[in-house]
Design a protein around this ligand. Structure first.
Ligand code: KOT
Length: 808
């Protein structure tokens, strides 16, 4: 949109008056934030309504991205940017003596996700709107997002994240669009006189699902899509008399039970929590979403047979898998279709993304639990399973054991990934290696049955948030050097390649990095009280804490350097600042021990005069989207060191690269493709190959104790965990030692140790030559365009959803 500074000032003053009955000059920063937020929402509203009408007019196929997490981050900055008015607003506010950055900081970061999966959903929302793809989100409006992390005495403490305490300016409550979702009761097929079977569901509890809509603003293209998040509310008491009658106390506890559905996000990342409440959450947002989509489709007046041509529903990992039986239920029980037709429509509509091959993350629900909570849905799943098994009756070349292993229901469980594969027309992995592993390992038998369903869609990130907003100085340098076409076409970042040897560009790149490092150093000083030198190497690992991500490998290398510094007079190293940010799932004991270990190590190293400030170790608490926006632009080394085969893709690797950090990586997930794009001289690779890892896993691992006994560096490092050399980690040191030696080092931390050390050394040598380092940074920035989520969502649109882009 186009607006003059004068007009904006007028609008802003008017908004301040109508909201707070006061002048801008007399307002607090918080009031300024709310006035500005509501004003920007007004600016958005006009095109929001228009976008919906336009989609309708052209009969566009609509995509609905179903996800149990959407990790959006703050929205004021990105909405201003995408509306195309950020500079005007910034200038106008400056003239009024107001710093836009100060105002933006007031917004609470809605942490409605755990990590990669939820952030990917948010990046896709931004990219779909920005590419004119009619794509909307469907999820849960959790009252409490992911816990806030505090570090006390080196330990993680969790506090509730009450993000709705003040108003959320972006959402619109739509009570008139509320729908009812049914839980519990009894379901069966009743035989009629004509021999037909009628589905019956009685004695259910009805929960009211109330939608809250948030606009998803496209980048300078007038497209506004919708993120619809559902909140659970009590309907009227008489639509579900609570057990024990409707006394005041019973009604109150009934209300609490209902509202608990959308109360809090489960804080587990890449791990499955088999609780009834979680299954309730899943069916709750899925049923509300599918019911609404069907209702909207019927308003078009088209025959139901065309549903799959007008609607695509995407299942983000298996959490929304019940969308498949839910659509079947609605098409049959409510719309009267036959099974075969409903099944054809369902398969045509549904597609599924797998985000992990780790077995502990695979969802499977006990049949009994599903029967209790979702009796009608279970009947449908049982029928899908029966027909799946029956479809092989005539084929002689399929081994019955294959059918048993791929069936949806077996061993007393409903296997959600199997339901997704059988009920969708497409299943994709999130990086080339991950998709190949699905095809040849984890889902091999499905791949043999349905090779045409499998495809790869390598993840991506929105360059608007992760470059334009997070690193405005770098963005400005790019504009000045190669023009601003990269903003619309991120692959134009390639144009920067020509300048990799350019003195001027090199020194600008280095200057901007130093400025970003200095800002982060100030933050570290303020938050942690640690003085770090902005001229030291900033080496960063930020992501969820998980054994497979191997923060421990990083920490053990630091410990190694520390031991060398204090025992070996010959040893020298460039000064380095190691920065960590990571939340551990509250019940993940081992992960919490590693946090404690990193903090204890930092406490000791940072204060040991013998270290002479060569090493600083910083653990930044409460890592999330907002912190990432400050940390990533300040990084020089990006630690992507997961055990090969375990990280499906990773997405922070792409954000770091786009901001000019050099990746230190295993050949895991999307690191493989980063290597392909940037070329071997511009990335530092180490560690076991995929084949080696798979071979070891097949043979039950390797002998880590042997390594401990034969490599004196490993021995020295591990011994210092348990001999009191590192203070205050008696329990943690012992447990970590045991995990590596007695429990055989499941994630090959010691097996990769030597190779990691060598890689760290190579990295340091590269850094000594600043010309080379800057050249590498430029190569990374210029090769990062393919990792824009714009590229990824276009591949989904063309290859999976079959939907058009109506703008650009
Ligand atoms: C969580 C629960 C169950 C199954 C999978 C997950 C999951 C996977 N949560 N986050 N992921 C990550 O997803 C990212 C986006 O695709 C990947 O980049 C990353 O490698 C996954 O670990």
């Amino acid at each position: 949109m186009i607006i003059s500074k004068a007009q904006f000032k007028k609008d802003f003053q008017k908004k301040m008056l109508s909201l707070y009955s006061q002048e801008v000059e007399d307002s607090s920063n918080s009031e300024k934030y709310f006035a500005l937020g509501y004003l920007v929402k007004d600016y958005i509203s006009e095109n929001w309504a228009k976008t919906a009408r336009k989609y309708e007019k052209y009969g566009e196929k609509q995509v609905y991205y179903f996800s149990i997490e959407f990790l959006l981050g703050r929205l004021l900055g990105s909405n201003l940017l995408n509306l195309g008015i950020r500079n005007t607003v910034n200038d106008a506010l400056t003239e009024m003596g107001i710093d836009l950055n100060d105002i933006e900081k007031i917004e609470v970061d809605p942490g409605l996700g755990n990590g990669g999966l939820g952030r990917l959903a948010a990046c896709f929302m931004d990219s779909m709107a920005s590419n004119g793809i009619p794509g909307h989100g469907n999820g849960i409006r959790y009252k409490y997002g992911l816990f806030q992390q505090k570090i006390v005495g080196g330990y993680q403490i969790e506090l509730p994240e009450n993000w709705l305490r003040d108003a959320n300016v972006w959402e619109v409550r739509k009570p008139d669009h509320a729908v009812k979702v049914r839980f519990y009761g009894d379901a069966w097929m009743k035989p009629e006189e004509d021999g037909e079977l009628t589905p019956i569901h009685t004695g259910y509890q009805e929960v009211l699902a109330v939608p809250y809509d948030t606009p998803l603003v496209g980048y300078e293209n007038k497209t506004i899509n919708t993120l619809r998040l559902w909140s659970a509310e009590i309907d009227s008491v008489d639509s579900g008399i609570p057990a024990g009658g409707s006394s005041f106390r019973n009604v109150l506890s009934y209300k609490r039970e209902i509202e608990s559905i959308s109360e809090v996000l489960y804080p587990d990342d890449s791990n499955y929590e088999g609780r009834l409440l979680r299954l309730k959450q899943e069916y709750f947002f899925v049923s509300a979403g599918v019911q609404t989509i069907l209702k909207q489709f019927k308003e078009l007046g088209l025959p139901l047979s065309e549903f799959g041509e007008k609607v695509a529903i995407h299942i983000n990992d298996t959490h929304p898998a019940v969308a498949i039986p839910e659509l079947m239920r609605l098409l049959m029980d409510e719309e009267g279709l036959e099974w075969e037709e409903a099944w054809r429509i369902t398969q045509a509509t549904m597609s599924y993304t797998n985000h992990t091959i780790m077995s502990e993350a695979l969802e499977k629900w006990p049949i009994d639990m599903m029967k209790q909570l979702l009796p009608r849905i279970l009947l449908i799943i049982q029928e899908i399973d029966r027909r799946y098994r029956e479809s092989f009756v005539l084929s002689t070349d399929i081994n019955p054991s294959v059918i048993e292993r791929t069936a949806i229901i077996s061993d007393g469980y409903v296997k959600m990934a199997h339901l997704c594969i059988i009920g969708s027309h497409s299943i994709n992995g999130v990086a080339k290696l991950h998709t190949e592993l699905l095809k040849k390992q984890e889902l091999k038998e499905f791949y043999q049955l349905y090779p045409y369903k499998f495809n790869n869609k390598t993840n991506g990130i929105t360059h608007r948030r992760w470059l334009m907003l997070a690193n405005p100085e770098l963005a400005a340098l790019l504009d000045k050097t190669i023009g601003d076409s990269w903003r619309r076409n991120p692959q134009d970042l390639k144009l920067l390649k020509r300048y990799k040897r350019d003195d001027n560009v090199q020194s600008e790149i280095q200057r901007i990095k130093l400025a970003n490092k200095t800002r982060l150093a100030e933050y570290i000083k303020a938050k942690n009280g640690i003085t770090v030198d902005p001229n030291s190497i900033f080496d960063i690992q930020v992501k969820r804490l998980h054994a497979y991500k191997r923060q421990l490998l990083n920490a053990l290398h630091i410990l190694y350097q520390y031991i060398e510094l204090v025992t070996n007079p010959e040893f020298d190293m460039l000064p380095r600042t190691y920065i960590f940010g990571a939340k551990a799932a509250p019940g993940y004991y081992y992960a919490k021990e590693i946090i404690k270990f990193i903090n204890a190590l930092g406490e000791q190293v940072n204060n040991d005069p013998r270290v002479k400030d060569k090493i600083k170790v910083v653990f930044l608490e409460n890592y999330g989207v907002t912190l990432a926006e400050m940390i990533i632009p300040a990084a020089e080394v990006s630690e992507q060191i997961s055990t090969t085969t375990k990280e499906a893709s990773g997405t922070s690797n792409m954000k770091f690269m786009m901001n000019g950090a050099i990746t230190l990586a295993t050949l895991d997930g999307a690191n493989v493709e980063i290597l392909e794009e940037v070329g071997a001289p511009n990335i530092v690779i180490f560690g076991m190959s995929e084949q080696e890892v798979l071979n070891y896993y097949r043979n039950g691992g390797y002998n880590s104790r042997e390594l401990y006994n034969s490599d004196p560096r490993i021995k020295a490092v591990l011994d210092s965990l348990v001999n009191g050399f590192i203070k205050d980690i008696a329990t943690e040191g012992r447990d970590i030692f045991m995990s590596l030696i007695d429990y055989n080092d499941e994630f090959f931390v010691l097996k990769d140790f030597d190779s990691y050390l060598a890689a760290q050394k190579r990295l340091e040598d590269l850094y000594k030559d600043r010309f080379t380092w800057n050249k590498m940074a430029i190569e990374n920035i210029s090769s990062s365009g393919v990792f824009s989520a714009d590229v990824t969502v276009k591949q989904y649109a063309a290859g999976i959803w079959d939907t058009r882009m109506i703008e650009r």
